[in-house]
Design a protein around this ligand. Sequence first.
Ligand SMILES: [Zn+2]
Length: 60
Amino acid sequence: MSVNTTTTWCDPVTCPFCGDKLASPGAGFIDHIHDNTDCERGFDHWRENIAGDLAGEWSG
Ligand SMILES: [Zn+2]
């Protein structure tokens, strides 16, 4: 997994946008952004930025 492209995303169980602990890496983060509009927006923006590098990486 190569998510360390443009963001300071070094801890997979911590939300990089608000710093909250996640229940689990990946799936826990998806649940988290569903509950946190600001984080979801941040994630959408981040994903757009790296879309060229990681096409489809986060589609699950
Ligand atoms: Zn968050």
